[in-house]
Design a protein around this ligand. Structure first.
Ligand SMILES: NC(=O)c1ccc[n+]([C@@H]2O[C@H](COP(=O)([O-])OP(=O)(O)OC[C@H]3O[C@@H](n4cnc5c(N)ncnc54)[C@H](O)[C@@H]3O)[C@@H](O)[C@H]2O)c1
Length: 253
């Protein structure tokens, strides 16, 4: 087992990649805080882990809310004594709008969830990691974190910012035993499509140019395996990196 007795927090763990990551981490011996805005969904995942011999606790967290973020990390410490691994996975799509059609409210929501939530969770975890002299952060960015052609302006900018946070955090704490890496998944079979409403026709049509060359759609379990590698000591020399998991989609351009 690669994560024996480690304590992990996974945000957005009621569905998709977060659910797969929480389940795989638990299978590998970690005690997992299954955090999500959807508490019922998080509870189903945590119950499933506990029923199959793992250890997990569901926590209701809106990553856009500072108090919720603090409670999430505090719960890891109060339930399991510490924090070793933080996975910032919760995220929402925009409506593919190019910047000429961006709505301020939507922009703020996407940044609050996809970017500010990541900053706040890391900020809360850092003192724990510094005290231990050890800690791992895995951010779920996106191929939209380095390509301008995969979503609208708000999502693309929010994920570029996650890449920036990842590199800066990896660099800043490189000599403190803390590693911070990101995964940039390509199109993956999850429920994220349900967060898209009033899709912008022009923006969506433009993204079709690159969607046409997607080699295949991934499964959340394939992203979880990369997240396991990044959380474990197997990746001890990997820090500040962004690993694309996209079947080669972005390798060609
Ligand atoms: N699916 C893809 O093709 C794809 C590609 C690249 C990156 N991503 C990224 O992967 C991550 C996981 O998404 P997914 O595809 O598994 O989607 P998903 O919708 O299946 O799961 C996301 C989870 O996040 C939760 N969530 C949403 N808003 C939240 C909030 N404010 N606070 C806490 N939890 C919240 C949802 O309830 C849901 O359980 C996201 O950051 C997304 O941007 C997805």
């Amino acid at each position: 087992m690669h994560l024996q007795d480690k304590v992990a927090v996974v945000t957005g763990a009621a569905s998709g990649m977060g659910k797969s990551i929480a389940e795989l981490y638990a299978k590998e011996g970690a005690k997992v805080i299954v955090s999500d805005l959807n508490f019922e969904g998080a509870k189903v995942v945590a119950d499933g882990i506990n029923e199959s011999g793992g250890i997990a606790t569901a926590v209701k967290t809106n990553v856009a809310d500072l108090n919720d973020i603090n409670t999430m990390i505090d719960t890891a410490v109060s339930e399991y004594g510490t924090l070793d691994i933080l996975v910032n996975n919760a995220g929402i799509m925009d409506n593919m709008a190019p910047i000429g059609d961006v709505d301020d409210q939507k922009w703020d929501l996407i940044f609050d969830v996809n970017t500010k939530g990541v900053m706040r969770a890391i900020r809360k975890a850092i003192p724990i990691f510094l005290e231990k002299g050890k800690g791992v952060i895995v951010n779920i960015a996106s191929t939209g974190g380095f390509s301008g052609a995969h979503a609208g302006a708000a999502y693309t900018a929010s994920k570029h910012a996650v890449v920036g946070i990842t590199k800066n955090t990896g660099f800043m704490y490189a000599q403190k035993g803390i590693r911070c890496n990101a995964i940039a998944p390509g199109a993956t079979m999850t429920n994220i499509g349900s967060t898209m409403a009033n899709v912008d026709e022009f923006g969506a049509l433009r993204t079709k140019v690159t969607q046409g060359v997607i080699p295949r759609v991934g499964q959340p379990e394939e992203i979880a395996k990369v997240a396991l590698f990044l959380a474990s000591d197997e990746s001890s020399f990997v820090n500040g990196a962004v690993i694309a998991a996209d079947a080669g989609w972005t390798a060609g351009f």
